[in-house]
Design a protein around this ligand. Structure first.
Ligand code: SF4
Length: 338
């Protein structure tokens, strides 16, 4: 029986005490470890299981189809080869200008300051990304700064995955200060799944850092299912919105996890409780190892059409696909793609 022991524990303690053994995860959830085929163990060796205990507390005990569990438990199907599913589906190697820097869109610039995530999502499009060879060191700031100065159209920096909120507040503050020193920058965006999997990460220092920056700060969280947002998570997210930090959500449409209009509508209403705006609903990026989360185009179209009918417009996330080399995310609804 799970007893909500970890929810409010210090976030650094939680980050250092992740579940990384699939057997331990199944035992915690009172599930048989017999279902762990050798392929799943091998899949876990290729892309390690990582999940915070506070996130496991949100899962249903004794439910092998729990939608949160399915997102993190290694599966033998990950080892299958499928045409079109590749290691770099978004062509990020082409956009990798300097260590840690991806420049894909005209006004936005993506900076990965860490390769670490608190959770390993099995469908992640960066699951094969060579982070370790590609992290900016302290001294790389000089080159990053020059790159920004050479591209005056860039007015927004996105700190993205690896997950920037696995960094200490001190390290984040150092980079925020550096970015603030460039007058051309107006917006700081942080993409993070940590507020969902370790909600206690939203601490006083972080709230203060985001609230007091001269940059307009936008936190984009990543939640795929209403069960990920319990009452404690709602209260933690309120700490940010009460201080006028904009919080948006992006979700990925995943077979077996949230593949119905009913589920997606429930997520949008739960986000509303947390005062978070549904922003994007991503179609799965075709990354090697994630084929079993993919949905047919007809199903996607049917789900989204029904979602539009169920929700007021302000709660409908934009359905998009990222296509390598395109100048922006490609909106899918109402285009010839369907
Ligand atoms: S938290 Fe984000 S970057 Fe990290 S594994 Fe999950 S989807 Fe990928």
């Amino acid at each position: 029986m799970i007893n909500y022991l970890y929810q409010e524990q210090n976030w650094k303690t939680q980050l250092s005490d992740l579940i990384t053994d699939p057997k331990e995860l199944l035992q915690q959830l009172q599930l048989s470890t017999d279902q762990l085929l050798s392929g799943a163990i091998l899949a876990s060796e290729q892309f390690k299981l990582r999940v915070p205990r506070a996130f496991v507390e949100k899962m249903n005990v004794a439910d092998p189809f729990d939608p949160l569990l399915l997102q993190v438990l290694p599966h033998h199907l990950e080892l299958e080869e499928h045409a079109g599913f590749v290691t770099d589906p978004l062509g990020e190697e082409q956009a990798n200008q300097l260590p840690g820097v991806l420049h894909k869109y005209q006004s936005r610039f993506l900076l990965t300051l860490t390769g670490a995530c608190a959770v390993h999502c099995r469908y992640c499009f960066r699951r094969h990304f060579p982070y370790q060879e590609n992290l900016p060191k302290n001294e790389d700031w000089i080159n990053i700064r020059q790159y920004l100065l050479d591209h005056p159209d860039i007015n927004e920096v996105i700190l993205s995955g690896g997950d920037p909120l696995t960094l200490t507040n001190q390290k984040l503050a150092l980079w925020v200060e550096r970015l603030e020193s460039l007058p051309q920058l107006k917006i700081l965006r942080i993409h993070s799944r940590v507020p969902i999997v370790i909600p206690s990460r939203i601490d006083e220092e972080l709230v203060s850092l985001l609230k007091n920056s001269r940059l307009h700060t936008i936190l984009v969280i990543h939640s795929n299912h209403e069960s990920e947002i319990d009452d404690y998570t709602v209260r933690q997210l309120h700490r940010l919105t009460e201080k006028q930090v904009t919080v948006l959500n992006q979700a990925v449409l995943l077979k077996g996890v949230n593949d119905s209009a009913e589920q997606l509508a429930a997520l949008s209403y739960r986000l509303l409780d947390a005062r978070v705006t549904p922003y994007y609903l991503h179609v799965l990026d075709k990354v090697k190892g994630a084929h079993h989360f993919d949905l047919a185009t007809d199903s996607i179209s049917q789900i989204y059409t029904e979602l539009l009918a169920r929700l007021p417009g302000y709660l409908v996330p934009k359905l998009v696909r990222e296509i390598a080399g395109e100048n922006n995310k490609t909106p899918l609804y109402g285009t010839p793609i369907f």
